[in-house]
Design a protein around this ligand. Sequence first.
Ligand code: UD1
Ligand code: CA
Length: 461
Amino acid sequence: MTKRYAIILAAGQGTRMKSKLYKVLHPVLGKPMVQHVLEQVKAIGLEDVITVVGFGSDKVKDHLGNNTKFVLQEEQLGTGHAVIQAEELLKDKKGTTIVVCGDTPLITKETFEQLCEHHEKTGSKATILTAKAPNPFGYGRVIRNERNEVKRIVEQKDANPDELLVDEINTGTYCFDNEALFEALKSVSNDNSQGEYYLTDVIEIMKNKSEMVSAYLIPNFDETLGVNDRVALAQAEKTMKLRINEQHMRNGVTIMDPDNTYIHSDVVIEPDVVIYPGSIIGGNSIIRSNAIIGPNSEIQNCEVGEDSVVKQSVATDSKIGKRVNVGPFAHIRPDAIIGDEAKIGNFVEIKKAELGNGTKVSHLSYIGDAKVGSNVNIGCGTITVNYDGKNKYLTTIEDDAFIGCNSNLIAPVTIGKGSYVAAGSTITKDVPTDALSVARARQSNKEGYASKLKNRLKDKE
Ligand code: UD1
Ligand code: CA
């Protein structure tokens, strides 16, 4: 089998984005564009991937890590010049080299595979991935000769009026015979309207040497969208969102309003989950079967167990068990582990806390840095006082304890198994197993005092 390599062009600053952030790092559904490209192209099986990065693009390296090699293009002198930077690592290699731009995040692994197969089957030295664009403005146009063979690519800014009418565009993705690519690049000049070394010129160079160049036209233009500005970024987001949502729906997930549901590409959702509008599910979240998400929930990097409900709530980096009820208006912050059949009600915040099975925190509470057993009932307005301004301390509440409303549990503290804390208590010492702890001022009633007070106030008028 032919060996395959890939070069990802990601050195451009992306002036048209008008952003301090490198263009290829702008996220589409929560993931940088260039990372989508890298993941899809790598999925077809490659010997090597090289990403061309620009001066100061350390952040691109941070994001992609050791999933690719990097070469630096110090000055952005054009896409041809960018590819030349990879020569050192790829010269002498025999096989197919895919070149793809870091700003075309929607191209799928299936398309990369079909492009390579077409290229290798036809024995071409270069194969351009092309598409018919409804509005070709801004793209390079594919110019064919009278025999309909690809002759060259002309950039928007260099095209004559006839060429501008061509609607077959260069998607910026190609397969090349590796050795022929670097040979042809030696002849590329910067004699054009932008003064750049265009990669696209290698097509004409090869054709003039009577080498075979071809095009692989894909029917779906949407997939080849190149993101140069924020308008295209929004289009990319929309296309990818609908593509992902459709996959989930075909797998048995109900999505009430696919236009208003944002599921990132690495999320796993089991059948019979129902997702209401306005929900965002990101990171490496797993939503187990029969769960109900939303409306308006944001879940990042969480596992949500079978039959659980997360309604109008935010949950991050946490694990939620089975048949759990969350929300409306709950906030589950990182490192929470919520047991099965637990309840996290309205205006409850949970952070770095483990809650056992069947435990209920139904209203208006803050549970942070805590280990809570099973079947604990935490009354309305309870606070784990975990922070002294410098350090955080643990609150332990053992199984079957009952915490009365409006209690402060001043950590470090342990509430023993089966014990009661009276409403309104401020607990500073451990409560033993099976004890009732009352830690509030004793009530005194002064009979008839109210009318006396009123009369006194009246006399003063
Ligand atoms: C390019 C193609 C055009 C095609 C379009 C598809 C050329 C000359 N033109 O145009 O035919 O229709 O893509 O989207 O190739 N880059 C570098 N170094 C550079 C310049 C660019 O790494 O010196 C990178 C950019 O980061 C980007 C990619 O190459 O990811 C494409 O560059 P861009 O400036 O967006 O090219 P287009 O004008 O879109
Ligand atoms: Ca582009």
